[in-house]
Design a protein around this ligand. Structure first.
Ligand code: ATP
Ligand code: MG
Length: 608
């Protein structure tokens, strides 16, 4: 069966899993870690770094290191969330050609799908290393509350990374799949997922024979660990300002160090009651003297700084229960997902609200990727019986006269779904109609998310109201929206022009896919080259180390002398190839070096 991986593309950390022998497993990266930081950087020499290696150099290369790009993906530059990110990020965020978001790294602009693609490529490589072969198909997860633009942009990131994204699934739903996998249970559960960037809550009914039905979902795609960190940073910056009169935010490197320290302190306070934040030489004063930042923070302080954020998640939980028309007592189990759920105050808030202790059986960092792998496997393997019924998190509708929003497909409708709507012309001989498609819950159109403008062109000339066009709005199983139109009288399909509202045009996407392809080849060969050089170096060193001993042992036989002569020749050739950096020649010599090393080892062993 063809292989498919599940990828949890997180704001802070990403994780990849696969189903092996019928069970999902998380694939560790080369360092042995099961999650990889969702960080991307470009070095001074122009090299791209992803994951731990990018995180390690973040402080010294703050302006060219991107973190939490998922908070920006599929958003408009003008949105308040992007404004917030601009104020708090050490990297530069600029406006793209479609009012979208671009990130400047070493003078080059990158779209958010391109940044996402670098992380996805890394996850693909981790899986390929582990599985020992190419992987093309993937299921990628997104926050349940992601809108169409954000979903589409995530799918684009997958394409740029060279992945065939067979399904996009919601993170809490994936977590529920992993939770219920292989257990024949009938239960109503809540999944509370608070990660680095987003909050989701979903209520699901798990039925017998692998039926997973989402009843309702809600969330906030700009509420997560990053906001908790920001509160600690504010507290540190304010304290420093009142003590020294200096605003640390103006220094990008200081900001990155503060961010690091704030997150570390926050995590430590989940297991200790108090911790010290210590940042020597954080900035220099106007008089050229170095200033240090040193402060003790207690768990209570952290909790009071962040209580309103926690309360917001609980309010959303309340709303989701109401939408599901369920009471707290109907929830039979609570699954906590996301690193932030390690914070004791959050665990207390959730169990306090639902009146029951949360389930401790799932791993909060890995469960989403495991669920994605399970879903991928089930999609390709027709022996697996599993039915996933998810819902759309936002009402889909159109903008009507006067700027009011008319919903066509309500929030929490099971997807895939479609809905037809008949439009007529409002003027005589009108040949085009413009439709603005939106997602959201506000009555006023401008409060909702614009997905795209659809222009129906080439309409028949007729008196107003006489041309009837049926427009079909569809949401597929990925939660992605599409629109088609038909002239009801002639049955002719109408041409629809889609203008990218905040994403990439087809043309741009294609260029990015091509560019990434070239680069991937590059990267694979250079890693491969590096490995060959290291292997050759290791063998050369071993042979040189054993040489005097071997020479002494075999010196009395002609056969032995021939063998050492030959070995000398091989060493020389290999060293010359290393010096020239001739990779092909190095690879050719590895076999000969290996043979020589084995022979040398044999000689030494036999005589010792
Ligand atoms: N022990 C801990 N105590 C408190 N917070 C923690 C702890 N461990 C991790 N976190 C926080 O959890 C967040 C990361 O969680 P996670 O890896 O689940 O997020 P993500 O999946 O990358 O993001 P998202 O799902 O929002 O896209 C970070 O903000 C991190 O600081
Ligand atoms: Mg997550």
């Amino acid at each position: 069966m063809e292989r498919v991986i599940g990828i949890d593309l997180g704001t802070t950390n990403s994780c990849v899993a696969v189903v092996e022998n019928g069970a999902p497993v998380v694939i560790p990266n080369r360092g042995g870690y099961k999650t990889t930081p969702s960080m991307v950087a470009i070095t001074e020499a122009g090299k791209k770094l992803v994951g731990h290696i990018a995180k390690r150099q973040a402080i010294t290369n703050a302006e060219n290191t991107v973190f939490a790009a998922k908070r920006l993906i599929g958003r408009k530059f003008s949105s308040p969330q992007v404004k917030n990110a601009i104020a708090t990020s050490a990297y530069k965020i600029v406006e793209g050609p479609h009012g979208d978001v671009r990130i400047m790294l070493r003078g080059k602009s990158f779209s958010c799908p391109e940044i996402g693609a670098m992380i996805l490529q890394e996850m693909k490589l981790i899986a390929e290393d582990y599985l020992g072969g190419k992987v093309e198909k993937a299921v990628i997860t997104v926050p349940a509350y992601f809108n169409d633009n954000q979903r589409q942009a995530t799918k684009d990131a997958g394409s740029i990374a060279g992945l065939d994204v067979i399904r996009i699934i919601n993170e809490p739903t994936a977590a529920a799949l992993a939770y219920g996998f292989g257990k024949d249970m009938e239960k109503t559960i809540a999944v509370y997922d608070l990660g680095g960037g987003t909050f989701d809550i979903s209520i699901l009914e798990i039925g017998a024979h692998g039926v997973f039905r989402v009843v309702s979902t809600n969330g906030d795609t700009f509420l997560g660990g990053e906001d908790f960190d920001a509160r600690v940073i504010d507290w540190l910056v304010d304290g420093f300002k009142s003590e020294h009169g200096i605003d640390l935010r103006q220094d990008r490197m200081a900001l990155q160090r503060l961010k690091d320290a704030a997150e570390k302190a926050k995590c430590e306070l989940s297991s200790t009651r108090e911790t010290e934040i210590n940042l020597p030489f954080i900035i220099s004063s106007g008089r050229n003297e170095a200033l240090h930042l040193q402060r003790v923070i207690s768990r209570e302080t952290l909790e009071s700084l962040c209580q309103d954020l926690i309360d917001r998640t609980i309010d959303i939980c309340q709303q989701t229960l109401e939408d599901a028309q369920l009471g707290k007592e109907d929830i039979e189990d609570v699954v906590l997902v996301g690193g932030m759920t390690r914070m004791p105050r959050i665990q207390e808030a959730v169990s306090g609200f639902l009146g029951r202790e949360a389930n401790r059986g799932v791993h909060p960092d890995e469960v989403v990727a495991l669920g994605a792998a399970i879903q991928g496997h089930a999609l390709l393997d027709n022996k697996t019986e599993m039915v996933l019924l998810d819902v759309t998190p936002h009402t889909l509708g159109i903008l009507t006269h006067g700027g009011t929003f008319r919903g066509l497909i309500p929030q929490n409708t099971t997807v895939p779904t479609s809905r037809g709507e008949i439009f007529t012309t409002s003027r005589d001989d009108q040949t085009a109609v413009k439709i603005l498609v939106m997602q959201g819950e506000h009555e006023k159109g401008d409060q909702n998310e614009l997905l795209g403008e659809f222009v129906l062109t080439g309409l028949r000339k007729a008196p107003k109201g006489q041309v009837e066009i049926e427009v079909t709005f569809e949401i597929n199983a990925d939660g992605i929206v599409s629109v088609s139109a038909k002239d009801l009288e002639t049955g002719k399909e109408q041409q629809i022009q889609v203008t990218a509202s905040s994403g990439l045009t087809q043309q741009e996407l294609k260029q990015m896919i091509d560019a990434a392809k070239d680069e991937m080849l590059d990267r694979r060969t250079s890693e491969d080259e590096e490995a060959a050089k290291q292997e050759a170096q290791r063998l050369i060193a071993e042979i040189e180390r054993l040489f005097p001993q071997v020479e002494q042992i075999v010196v009395s036989s002609d056969f032995g002398r021939d063998a050492t002569e030959k070995a000398r020749g091989i060493l020389q050739k290999a060293k010359a190839a290393m010096q020239r950096g001739d990779v092909q020649e190095i690879k050719d010599q590895i076999e000969a070096l290996g043979r020589t090393a084995r022979m040398f080892r044999g000689v030494v062993q036999k005589t010792s």
